[in-house]
Design a protein around this ligand. Structure first.
Ligand code: SF4
Length: 373
């Protein structure tokens, strides 16, 4: 699915954030039109058009764009001075997210979005602080991601506060490595927000500190994450634990499940996640790849153990034909719509509606045992 397009910008000096309209809606900021004759476009902050520039010189816009099939009425876009138009929010999707920063203090072997050492926090803060008030109030779910979002510092709390105030009914899921919350002031500030619709998704890859630190490529990461988890739990912040399934996590997976039950029973949700073949993963594939059909018994034992202990467990990014049937009830269709695809074998499978399928990037490397059910 296309989330970005490009044309030729005129009169755009700074990014223009706005809801698009094809119909001349009054509550929109950006008009999509090929018709430069009526003066209606003057109501808007910018125009987007597939035509070469035909609007008056003082009308900012992006022109000669290949097409708008990917944009719906009310979607929020950011039009940049280089002609790039990014989709920031899609009204007909439940997979919207705000990327707070691309910086990170970890460097995980399987990171799907490798960090960049560039301070983008101010730039992204300004974009998101304009985007959030435009998001429809009936938005069901919103993701917050990075990099490591907490590295935005004060801006992290300001943006979260803005979401809390503007979208009080929206379930917010924030991915963080949790390390920043080892500092009690950070966790305290989070607790003070009293944000019951916010859940943190925090990865924990091993019960053995050195193994977790190796996977995230950061010394002391395990200790900081564990401290962070306790500090957050003490302040009633909701926590989900996330475990990616690969060669480095599978050997101790059942031990990790037991560690979680004994030491982190306050986690509201534990998710086991199939590997995404994106970012660093293809470069580290020899250290990571293990066929899901080969780890199925271990996954089944870990999931069943936690579920039997009364914990809320899910399996994400899995394919039913290589997942033991006894844990099918825990599998979820979790892959975002814009990167979710199915295999040739899926065309004749009776479980397609229930099966999560594949990441588009995962088609290059998938289980040898994929078969129609
Ligand atoms: S064949 Fe495709 S749809 Fe069927 S279970 Fe396997 S991956 Fe899922």
């Amino acid at each position: 699915m296309l989330l970005k397009t490009k044309g030729i910008a005129h009169g755009i000096d700074a990014p223009v954030v706005g809801r698009v309209t094809y119909t001349g809606a009054e509550n929109a900021e950006i008009l999509i039109s090929n018709d430069s004759t009526p003066d209606i476009f003057r109501r808007y902050r910018a125009v987007l058009s597939t035509q070469p520039k035909a609007f008056p010189d003082d009308m900012p816009g992006v022109f000669s764009i290949p097409g708008f099939e990917h944009l719906g009425e009310g979607d929020i876009v950011v039009a940049h001075s280089d002609g790039v138009v990014n989709t920031a929010y899609r009204v007909n999707s439940n997979h919207n997210f705000l990327l707070f920063t691309e910086r990170c203090n970890s460097n995980c072997l399987m990171c799907s979005q490798p960090p960049r050492d560039k301070d983008d926090t101010d730039y992204l803060y300004h974009l998101h602080s304009q985007t959030i008030p435009l998001i429809p109030k009936d938005c069901v779910e919103l993701g917050i991601t990075g990099g490591e979002p907490t590295l935005s510092g004060d801006r992290f709390f300001k943006l979260l506060g803005q979401v809390q105030q503007h979208l009080p009914e929206t379930e917010v899921h924030c991915l963080t490595n949790g390390r920043s919350f080892a500092w009690p002031e950070m966790a305290g500030r989070m607790g003070d927000m009293n944000y019951s619709r916010l859940m943190f998704g925090i990865p924990l890859y091993s019960d053995y500190p050195h193994q977790h630190d190796y996977i995230v490529q950061a010394e002391q990461a395990f200790n900081q994450t564990i401290k962070g988890l306790y500090n957050l739990a003490k302040r009633n912040v909701r926590i989900e634990l996330r475990i990616v399934l690969h060669q480095q996590t599978i050997p101790r997976l059942v031990k990790l499940a037991k560690f979680i039950y004994r030491n982190l029973p306050f986690a509201e949700h534990v998710t086991f996640m199939g590997l995404e073949h994106q970012g660093y993963t293809p470069f580290n594939i020899n250290k990571l790849w293990i066929d899901p059909v080969d780890y199925a018994p271990v996954l089944s034992e870990a999931v069943t153990y936690l579920a039997d202990m009364g914990m809320n467990v899910s399996v994400y990014n899995s394919q039913l034909c290589v997942t033991p049937p006894e844990i099918w009830d825990y599998t979820r269709k979790s892959i975002s719509d814009w990167k979710n695809v199915y295999h040739e074998a899926c065309k004749s499978c009776s479980m397609t509606d229930r099966c999560g399928g594949f990441f588009a990037s995962g088609m290059a490397r998938h289980s040898k045992a994929i078969h129609a059910i």
